[in-house]
Design a protein around this ligand. Structure first.
Ligand SMILES: Nc1nc2c(ncn2[C@@H]2O[C@H](COP(=O)(O)OP(=O)(O)OP(=O)(O)O)[C@@H](O)[C@H]2O)c(=O)[nH]1
Ligand SMILES: [Mg+2]
Ligand SMILES: [Zn+2]
Length: 281
């Protein structure tokens, strides 16, 4: 926070400033980074070096994550495009992703069906939970063991509420949902790691915009596992499933074998990436 870092060492936590050299190189230090640090006095030190990362997420900004819990809920209205994008980022960074449906006590059957229709088989599991009614919490704890897990998702879905239940000593601030605009209030402001059962949990600020930067538009479809079983039958080998003739993916959408609203969002994400590419070159 504010250029100061908490580093966990064999001797406990140490408050560290980055070495001038690191600041000079403009090498950013991320939550989750492994670093070498030099002790200066009791509980204080300096970060000397950032060690190579096994992965890094752009949003939320974290490094060296084993899995992401993509938290979604019926309230505020779920943004599945954001879920798609977080899934895409997990794929490119080799991070497993679990979809967590929070506020299950307030969700309709239609909502569960919709999540399943969109994502069944596309993540490393879908878990139904409620932070308020303490449903599914043991299952989450089981999944958290020994791993570094990042909670990600829209503002107001209940990431901090879940963490508070899992780790009562965390005491993260919880925000109400704005009744007027039906949105979370961006309550969590920074990303922080907390130890839990030989692993770590990371609470992160909610967000709504996410730019896909490391996937080229013509490769986007290759990250959609739900398309791949059909795309072999497209007329063109490099079919983007947009307007090409004899596209097996589009046919599967028409027959309801691929989730239609997920395909519609694919078109939007494709367009977004195309626009960004145009502006770049
Ligand atoms: N009905 C219901 N509401 C919940 C549940 N869990 C959290 N909430 C409510 O959802 C609202 C937002 O909760 P937070 O935990 O602050 O959400 P967040 O995802 O951390 O939001 P940001 O920090 O803004 O990203 C609060 O009003 C919570 O009381 C739940 O299981 N059921
Ligand atoms: Mg929060
Ligand atoms: Zn096609």
């Amino acid at each position: 926070m504010g250029g100061v870092f908490e580093v966990l060492t064999d001797e406990g936590k140490m408050i560290c400033y980055p070495r001038k050299k690191l600041r000079h190189e403009e090498q950013d230090i991320l939550v989750g980074d492994e670093v070498t640090a030099q002790k200066i006095s009791r509980g204080k030190g300096s970060i000397e070096e950032v060690l190579p990362r096994k992965n890094r997420m752009k949003r939320p900004v974290v490094a060296n994550i084993d899995q992401v819990f993509i938290v979604t809920a019926p309230m505020p209205p779920a943004d599945f495009s954001l879920v798609d994008k977080i899934l895409l980022n997990c794929k490119t960074q080799n991070i497993s992703a679990v979809i967590v449906i929070n506020k299950c006590e307030a969700a309709s059957q239609h909502f569960f069906d919709r999540v399943l229709h969109n994502y069944d088989g596309l993540s490393d599991g879908i878990v139904t939970v409620s932070a308020h009614k303490l449903i599914g919490i043991d299952k989450l704890k089981e999944l958290l063991k020994g791993k570094i897990t990042c909670f990600a998702g829209q503002s107001g879905v209940g990431k901090t509420s879940l963490l508070n239940v899992i780790l009562p000593e965390y005491k993260g601030e919880i925000g109400a949902i704005s009744a007027k605009i039906q949105r979370g209030k961006n309550t969590t402001r920074h990303t922080q790691l907390f130890g839990f059962e030989d692993g770590f949990i990371v609470d992160t600020p909610g967000f709504s915009l996410l730019e896909i930067e490391d996937i080229k538009s013509d490769k986007l479809a290759s990250y959609y596992d739900d398309f791949s079983e059909f795309s072999a039958d497209c007329k063109y080998k490099n079919c983007t499933h947009i307007s090409e003739p004899n596209c097996a993916v589009k046919k599967a959408v028409e027959k309801g074998e691929i989730c239609g609203e997920r395909y519609e969002r694919y078109l939007d994400i494709f367009k977004e990436i195309r626009e960004a590419e145009k502006n770049k070159y």
